[in-house]
Ligand binder design. Structure first.
Ligand SMILES: [Zn+2]
Length: 243
């Protein structure tokens, strides 16, 4: 079981960057929840721990102490940027980061840019508490600028928040080599022979085909509304004749 610590930046009395009707702390919490939900729903053997799950203030040292005590395999700290200019996306590792942190940053950065698009401000190194004091590979993501109008407009769109969440999920899954639950289900469905009835349905299928309700072909195929209408029509005619 892999453990991923997602750190939602700011919170409580510290709203982070505030502009254009957006508070950074709200975006970081929303994105963190989304990452937890999607990663645990879509991938096997992964647990996501959140440094905060409510609008509460935490000191930076409380966040890294919690992460280090949790035994998490990686840490990703979620933020939005401010400072004007053109806006865009950037990520940070520690100035003397481990090879693992550099790889985590590269994988995450590329996955998020691929989903989100826009201006790529690059993979950067800085002496930031969250990436310095974490014992595990750690990266901090700066997801668009709340004080740049075009970025703020994007942060107000559910599809952009979705893309930010998806990018993080994809990057984390790739870095850890997580196995997707969805793909397995799909391949089982695709392997099914739609021309042969399932064992549990075979007897009824053949009986109803004999009575003329179905034409006997493609028992495993999905059904359309019009096909159901035809079958209902045949049933009604059958009931009328009986009655
Ligand atoms: Zn921040």
């Amino acid at each position: 079981m892999y453990k991923v610590l997602i750190d939602a930046g700011h919170g409580g009395k510290d709203p982070g960057a505030v502009a254009n009707g957006i508070q950074e702390k709200d975006i970081t919490l929303k994105v963190s929840f989304g990452i937890k939900q999607r990663l645990e729903a879509d991938y096997e053997k992964v647990q996501v721990l959140l440094s905060r799950s409510t609008d509460v203030f935490l000191e930076l040292k409380e966040r890294t102490a919690k992460a280090n005590a949790s035994g998490a395999d990686i840490l990703v700290s979620i933020h939005c940027n401010a400072g004007g200019g053109k806006g865009g996306f950037e990520t940070f590792r520690y100035t003397s980061a481990s090879q693992a942190s550099i790889k985590l940053q590269d994988t995450l950065h590329k996955a998020i840019m691929a989903k989100m698009g826009g201006t790529d401000r690059g993979q950067k190194a800085q002496n930031l508490h969250m990436v310095r004091e974490s014992n595990m590979p750690a990266v901090l993501t700066e997801n668009l600028f709340v004080d740049v109008a075009t970025d703020a407009d994007r942060l107000k769109q559910a599809s952009v928040i979705d893309a930010i969440i998806d990018g993080h999920v994809q990057g984390i899954a790739t870095y850890l080599g997580l196995k997707s639950k969805g793909k397995e289900v799909k391949s089982v469905t695709q392997e099914r022979n739609i021309n042969a009835p399932s064992g549990w349905a075979k007897e009824t299928w053949e009986e109803l085909t004999k009575k003329g309700f179905f034409d006997g072909t493609r028992p495993g195929a999905p059904i359309t509304r019009e096909e159901i209408a035809i079958v209902v029509g045949r049933v009604l005619k059958y009931v009328e004749q009986k009655g």
